[in-house]
Design a protein around this ligand. Sequence first.
Ligand SMILES: [Mg+2]
Length: 118
Amino acid sequence: MQLSELQQEVHRYISQFKEGYFQPMTLVVRLAEELGELAREINHHYGEKPKKPDEPEGDIALEMGDLLFVLACLANRLEIDLGEAFSATMHKFRTRDRDRWTRRDRQEEDGQGGRADG
Ligand SMILES: [Mg+2]
């Protein structure tokens, strides 16, 4: 799915309701809420803080989906094209940060992907 399709689907969904999008400040708080929910699941699965026995099992992928939904709401509310924003971010990584990380040689690149973010 393209980011533009994702934003359009979110818009079609939100447009069904008279309330429409929340205000930007509310959406940022919603983003923080969903990030907290994702952090809780990550901490449960990989961290040192297990859930209490009566807490329901969560889903990391679902929490990422929730985050993406709210981010798309905020982008739509602010009329920001997430595809363009992402392209600008990648351009920044490929220019400003091009020498920040240790590059794999070509053979390593063809094998396993790594990650460099920040
Ligand atoms: Mg959630």
